[in-house]
Design a binder for this molecule. Structure first.
Ligand SMILES: NC(=O)c1ccc[n+]([C@@H]2O[C@H](COP(=O)([O-])OP(=O)(O)OC[C@H]3O[C@@H](n4cnc5c(N)ncnc54)[C@H](OP(=O)(O)O)[C@@H]3O)[C@@H](O)[C@H]2O)c1
Length: 319
């Protein structure tokens, strides 16, 4: 029988003032103090509501620092933390920062540098991931990096994972599965974008689950694009279907979109990207109901071509 999907919390929108998400309230207080206070509130509410899986990365602004402090001060022994290496945050909390907010580098020196900070999550750190692994950076054939990850896995009992984005997600996962040490696959965990509009990894994710891999879904709400928005003319039909389901179940669009992923895929974890407690509570309503087979079929038909999905994702502005 498939294991029950858990909802986890990602800190991408909590640890830095600007992100590519389509914010429902753009007029929030963007000071460090306000963000820290809010992050602690969201983390505490998440724990109270049963969330035990928390995901972060060095490039999420002060996200790692906030989670480290929270983890130390609350001292829970039953939380599973995951972080990543490979991107450095360079926007320095400058509101409206122009240019790239994060710089990618999949080298051994970056891994060692970022691990020095992230190891403070131990012993609650359960998954250590390559942030946005790609074929282009060569990280999946870089023996120095892979050997170091293997060493960390052996020494600390971690699961080694990767996150993926873009049109090549299937190829990245397939390539990662070829990496073995002493006949054992290095990668145990895959953090992948899957949602009503981008479903191209469905088969490979099902296979990963059959093979007892951890499958973590990110961008379940397509960075906010599942919510009715006049900027996205192309989704009007989807919005219409989502609205009818919202009315039927008396629940938000977010809960419908997350529930779809749970019912169709049954992944290990779906990450909530909520940036406040109200949104978190609404996201968690996905655990309270089930969609019918015919509704699942209709939602399945909303998938668009990956090249269109990722071109649109690329065009989202930091705000
Ligand atoms: N490459 C990678 O490794 C990578 C990339 C992306 C994400 N991730 C991980 O996945 C996590 C989740 O992804 P995500 O945050 O990018 O995407 P997401 O869950 O698809 O989208 C979050 C968006 O939905 C909005 N939202 C959520 N609940 C809402 C509600 N009830 N009403 C209105 N709006 C609502 C949020 O708005 P508000 O901001 O107003 O709450 C935000 O704009 C991240 O935190 C991170 O841990 C990893």
């Amino acid at each position: 029988m498939a294991k029950k999907t858990r909802i986890g919390l990602g800190l991408a929108a909590l640890g830095r003032p600007d992100y590519i998400n389509i914010r429902s309230n753009p007029d929030i207080d963007k000071s460090v103090n306000a963000f820290k206070k809010n992050t602690f509130e969201v983390l505490d509410k998440a724990y109270t509501m049963g969330i035990r899986d928390f995901d972060v990365a060095p490039s999420y602004g002060l996200g790692e620092q906030f989670l480290l402090e929270w983890n130390k001060s609350r001292a829970y022994s039953d939380v599973n933390l995951s972080t990543k290496f490979g991107y450095t945050y360079v926007a320095n909390w400058e509101i409206g920062f122009k240019g790239k907010h994060e710089i990618k580098e999949h080298s051994l020196s970056k891994l060692n540098e970022q691990w020095e900070v992230s190891k403070a999550f131990l012993p609650n750190l359960s998954i250590y991931q390559i942030h946005s692994a790609t074929l282009e950076t060569g990280v999946l054939t870089n023996n120095k990096v892979l050997s170091r990850l293997h060493e960390l896995k052996q020494t600390h009992g971690l699961k080694i994972g990767l996150s993926s984005s873009g049109t090549a997600q299937n190829a990245i996962i397939s390539e990662a599965l070829k990496v073995t040490f002493d006949g054992v696959e290095l990668f145990d965990s895959f953090q992948v974008t899957f949602n009503i509009f981008e479903q191209s990894t469905f088969s490979i994710l099902k296979q990963l689950l059959v093979n007892n891999k951890t499958v973590i879904i990110k961008e379940a709400l397509a960075n906010g694009r599942v919510f009715k928005h006049s900027n996205f003319e192309n989704y009007q039909e989807a919005y219409h279907l989502l609205e009818s389901l919202q009315t039927k179940y008396n629940i938000g669009t977010d809960a419908i979109a997350i529930r779809y992923i749970i019912d169709i895929l049954a992944p290990t974890i779906v990450l909530s990207g909520a940036s406040n407690t109200a949104h978190l509570k609404q996201n968690l309503k996905a655990l309270d109901f089930e969609l019918t087979d015919s509704e699942l079929e209709k939602l399945k038909s909303l998938a668009i071509l990956p090249k269109h999905y990722w071109a649109e994702r690329q065009s989202l502005e930091w705000n």
